[in-house]
Ligand binder design. Structure first.
Ligand code: ATP
Ligand code: PRP
Ligand code: NIO
Length: 490
């Protein structure tokens, strides 16, 4: 049986190797060395042209509550060989890091920092696992939701995924991410309570099975509710479901709001057209047709191409589990570390060019044209550079440098904002509605070429000349170092 602790904290929600490394840092007296880590992902999720950043709210909760409780320390005492001094250090631990992050609802792209953590080495190391856990999931779901929104146009889209989500937390935070990415409502009542997301829903087949026929079930529902959407496919949509819904709507008149019917199986293009005719003929031209059943952006797009008469889409499994790409793959990499009192940039090399990290503390600048506000690309610079001081910006592809352009009449907005300053929360989270609106507005400013579902253009994420030179110099330094070791060993 699982154990319940009165003072449980989420601080041990980390990989054991983080604590093991912190123990080494502590025992060697370098736990307070200054370090900088950055979070980024290498490949665009769903081969999409953009990703929607989400997860900051949960990260803020997590960091604000970061402390080792008594039972955390008791557990570590029993389960590890950590020294009493190290356990004592943990029991007094207070997060002192500075966290800079993209804000929720902002668009992000591969190979640019979304989060930057600067501070004592131990503090930076401790939060790696949880930060990645949160951002990898929520950014994925917000992006999937935005893809679904982009094909649904102005239709209603409802989040129905809780029953298929990877457990409680995923349902709750996934729903919030889906709302940021463009969903209108959720069926999860607790998400409504916690986040203020509008809740919405119809009824299940079990209601109809309880009564054994559509008419009695719909009538019972109508007598106990004002807003009614009847699920019409339990036995036979055309012959029984829709006629029963119309009969109940006629009988109840103004006593109910007959909002429409839901179809949950069968050929939804064919059925929705027939159902539309039935509702229209009965005078219910405003009644809407809701559809659900393993929907995602592909089925919705296909149904729209078939001119299905569907007004509202209920989407569960494929959204909340990010069915076609279950992991984002964001990583947390050290970019700078204190040596002899000075910060030194650091790099992780790899035979795979994509996996070579970009050293140094950075800022990401969103470059837009002054006249129309449209995106030109992102310019990743060293922290102390400011492209706003330049009239012209030379932007070049970091691997294929012959792909380049010079941008004039541009605005440059830094997108990494300070959230925690040396452990103190300095950022005021906006309302969820504002975060959602931000996402929608940012997507309006993105060229359609980056927004299309299939084979979108790759959004430029370019490195400043200084950042690029810094990376190349470090790569050369490391190559020289490895060559020397090789030579010395011969
Ligand atoms: N006209 C259509 N064009 C493309 N996809 C459709 C169309 N109608 C339904 N679909 C999709 O096809 C899939 C049908 O799945 P499935 O065969 O499991 O459903 P079903 O047999 O109709 O219903 P049930 O859920 O009761 O098994 C679903 O993903 C659904 O969204
Ligand atoms: O299909 P999703 O996108 O996950 O949407 C949620 C599904 O949950 C309900 O089904 P239920 O749990 O009753 O199962 P069933 O319809 O698959 O039989 C509902 O009728 C939807 O079909
Ligand atoms: O309200 C609904 O229709 C609903 C809710 C959850 C899952 N499927 C459908």
């Amino acid at each position: 049986m699982s154990k319940q602790y009165p003072d449980d904290s989420t601080t041990l929600h980390t990989d054991a190797y983080e604590l093991s490394m912190i123990q080494t840092y502590f025992e060697k007296g370098i736990q307070n060395k200054k370090a900088i880590f950055e979070v980024y992902f290498r490949d665009m999720p769903f081969k999409n042209g953009f990703a929607v950043f989400a997860g900051l709210e949960h990260i803020i909760h997590y960091i604000e509550n970061l402390h080792f409780s008594k039972t955390d320390i008791d557990y570590l005492t029993a389960a590890t060989d950590y020294s009493p001094e190290f356990l004592d250090y943990l029991s007094h631990f207070q997060f002192k890091g500075t966290v800079r992050s993209v804000v929720e609802g902002e668009l992000v792209y591969s190979n640019e920092p979304m989060i930057q953590v600067e501070g004592p080495l131990a503090d930076c190391q401790l939060i790696e696992t949880a930060v990645l856990n949160i951002v990898n999931y929520q950014t994925l779901i917000a992006t999937k939701a935005a893809r679904i929104r982009s094909v649904a146009g102005n239709d209603g889209i409802m989040e129905f995924g809780t029953r298929r989500a990877q457990e409680f937390d995923a349902a709750i935070w996934g729903t919030r991410a889906a709302y940021i990415g463009g969903f209108d409502a959720t069926s999860n009542v607790r998400a409504g309570k916690i986040f203020g997301i509008p809740i919405s829903g119809t009824h299940a087949h079990s209601l109809v099975q309880t009564y054994g026929n559509d008419y009695e079930a719909f009538r019972a529902y109508a007598e106990t509710h004002k807003d009614c959407v009847f699920l019409v496919d339990t036995y036979d949509t055309i012959k029984s479901g829709v006629p029963s819904a119309i009969r109940v709507a006629n009988e109840m008149g103004d006593k109910i709001n007959f909002l429409g019917v839901r179809i949950d199986s069968g050929d939804m293009a064919y059925l929705s057209k027939r159902v539309r005719e039935q509702l229209d003929e009965a005078g219910y031209k405003d009644a809407k047709i809701y559809a659900s059943n393993d929907l995602d952006e592909k089925t919705i797009m296909s149904l729209k191409m078939q001119r299905a008469k569907i007004d509202v889409w209920g989407v569960g499994t494929k959204l909340i589990t990010a069915f076609d790409q279950p992991a984002l793959g964001a990583v947390y990499k050290m970019v700078s570390i204190e040596k002899n009192g000075q910060m030194e940039d650091t790099i992780k090399l790899s035979n795979n060019a994509e996996k070579v990290s970009t050293p140094g503390r950075k800022q990401v600048w969103r470059i837009t044209k002054k006249d129309n506000g449209k995106s030109e690309g992102d310019y990743v610079s060293l922290w102390n550079e400011d492209p706003r001081k330049q009239d012209e910006l030379y932007m070049f592809h970091p691997s294929y440098t012959y792909i380049n352009k010079t941008v004039t009449d541009f605005d440059a907005q830094p997108i990494l904002k300070t959230i925690f300053d040396q452990g103190r929360l300095v950022y005021q989270q906006p309302d969820l509605a504002d975060i959602k609106a931000r996402c929608s507005q940012k997507l309006d400013n993105l060229w359609p070429e980056y927004k299309r579902d299939l084979n979108p253009q790759k959004y430029p994420v370019d490195l400043s000349q200084k950042l690029w030179d810094n990376k190349m110099n470090l790569i050369q330094d490391i190559h020289a170092y490895v060559k020397k070791i090789d030579f010395d060993n011969k």
